[in-house]
Ligand binder design. Structure first.
Ligand SMILES: [Zn+2]
Length: 212
């Protein structure tokens, strides 16, 4: 069904999570769960419409966040309307593998994990001013894994050079860790709806609480 004739309308109230509603936002993404309620991934509104049309939606959570109007029925000229919910449990989307897949280690994901702060000087930087620092340098056998990388500004990274924090006398401000899948979902979407954020937060590991 998705095609150029579909007209989505965003429900502004759905963005209450962020306090202020800016005049323009992209269309929200739908949080997709499997039929058992296990969190899968973000889904475009177009893919979510397909689930509704295929009647693969088992249950939903939250108030509708998007109204999508489609074509007109030939018989009675009624326009089809689908109300998308922010969280959708879908049939046939069971998560086959591990319950907590490791998020890919990319620079945007790494900088988001560290809140765009340099883990040495503590200052905050834009994405273009940050680098991936290997805490234990590759030249000393360090690995390119979540637990051995932090965000660092150019100045700190070049000052540290091929040394460990101890060797460089540059203590780390936080211990690097591998984000859980739920943390990854929070970090990878800058336009999370209120209902989605509440749901994701309730699934966060207890020891960590991310800033919205
Ligand atoms: Zn720095």
């Amino acid at each position: 069904m998705p095609g150029p004739t579909l007209q989505p309308t965003v429900h502004r109230a759905a963005f209450a999570a962020h306090g202020n509603v800016r005049p323009f936002r992209p269309y929200p993404r739908v949080l997709c769960l499997d039929a058992h309620g296990r969190i899968l991934d973000w889904m475009s509104w177009q893919d979510a419409v397909c689930l509704y049309v295929r009647e693969a939606v088992v249950w939903t959570l939250g108030d509708p966040c998007l109204t999508v109007r489609g074509g007109h029925n030939r018989a009675d000229d009624r326009q089809s309307v689908i109300e998308l919910h922010p969280i959708v449990a879908a049939r046939g989307h069971a998560r086959a593998k591990a319950l907590n897949p490791a998020p890919a280690l990319t620079n945007p994901a790494l900088f988001a994990r560290d809140g765009h702060l340099c883990m040495y000087c503590g200052n905050d930087f834009s994405r273009g001013q940050l680098t991936r620092d290997h805490v234990k340098p590759i030249s000393q056998g360090g690995r390119d894994v979540w637990e051995n990388v932090v965000s660092a500004c150019f100045a700190c990274n070049s000052r540290k050079g091929g040394r460990t924090p101890q060797q460089a006398h540059m203590p780390l401000l936080a211990v690097p860790y591998r984000p859980s899948w739920v943390e990854h979902l929070i970090l990878s979407n800058r336009h999370i709806l209120a209902d989605q954020m509440a749901f994701l937060r309730s699934h966060l590991p207890r020891r960590r609480r991310l800033q919205a």
